[in-house]
Design a protein around this ligand. Sequence first.
Ligand SMILES: *Cc1c(COP(=O)(O)O)cnc(C)c1O
Length: 362
Amino acid sequence: MKKIFVTRPYFPPKEDYKSYIDQIWDVQQLTNHGPLHNELEKEIKSYLCVENFHFVTNGTLALQIALRALDVTSGEVITTPFSYVATVSSILWERCTPVFVDINPKTFCIDVDKIEAAITDNTKAIMGVHVFGYPCAVEGIEALAKKYNLKVIYDGAHAFGCRYKEKSLLDYGDIAISSFHATKVFHTIEGGGMISRGAEMKRKIGLLRSFGHIGDEHFELGINAKSSEMQAAMGLCNLKKFEEIVAARRKICELYDEILPMEKIQRPEMPENLEYNYGYYPVAFKDEVACLKVMDVLNQNNIFPRRYFYPSLNTLPYVEQVACPISDSLSKRILCLPLYHDLEEETVRQIAALISEALGAA
Ligand SMILES: *Cc1c(COP(=O)(O)O)cnc(C)c1O
């Protein structure tokens, strides 16, 4: 029997990819900001309507470079415990101290009302995550950042294609990053993007991602976060299909909405001004027992949802462990259901029926 996973990477038409590969062979340039890389940057910048866009190796390096670009190289960074590990590992890797602030039980994003109490003389930045593509309280966070002179970085790994209040969700904060990993809604196999403002930031990020030098002139300490022509080619193919992919995912989400036993499931609250990318379909259950039961029943039927996000990051063995009861509770009882462009309606119906059965709601 076919195994159904939480996601399945999108494969563009092979002919389209091949035509880009032919171009690469013609030009004979594989990396170091080749023509396809530059074309992808231009197209994404115009698709998102943002001032600066940098295509980089992956979302994790994008977070690390964002901290460096904003001179956050020591001190405390306020962040959320409910995310993928890369959010906190990037802070630690840059030798900063993550300070966890619990999440809002409705949006699953960092609770803006709890941030101020966590600010100290040592706080340098706030790193929020638009988890599952749902926006953080961007206005409240901006007001706090102004008041306390803090930088704001958004981990928008899930937010590509989300629009909030008439602009890209990635156009909030000093720098926002996204991930273009193969499992994400838009991908370049491996890859990431950085969105920033101003000529100075553009110059700085450009240098940081490319060893800190231009030609023989060295300006500052950099790293290698350049991407290749092969990956840019995948991005160019996928960008053309992006609206189609989102529309297909939307249909699947709407079917889940219609047939899941909603009285036994909690979903994140959809804000009014959000145009969603349908990147994830998270469902939270009453408790961990119910969650594991659903998982078990689905697994027995060759269906493999994922525990996104588990464990809560404040419980990692290499962080200072603090209590975040809302995130602790949510991460123990939440699953992301299978969701991808060509997931079949019949499978969605089967998943919903199995969940109803597991919860005794059939
Ligand atoms: C996927 C992901 C990342 C890391 O992105 P990569 O491109 O895999 O390095 C960071 N944060 C979150 C929330 C993610 O889901």
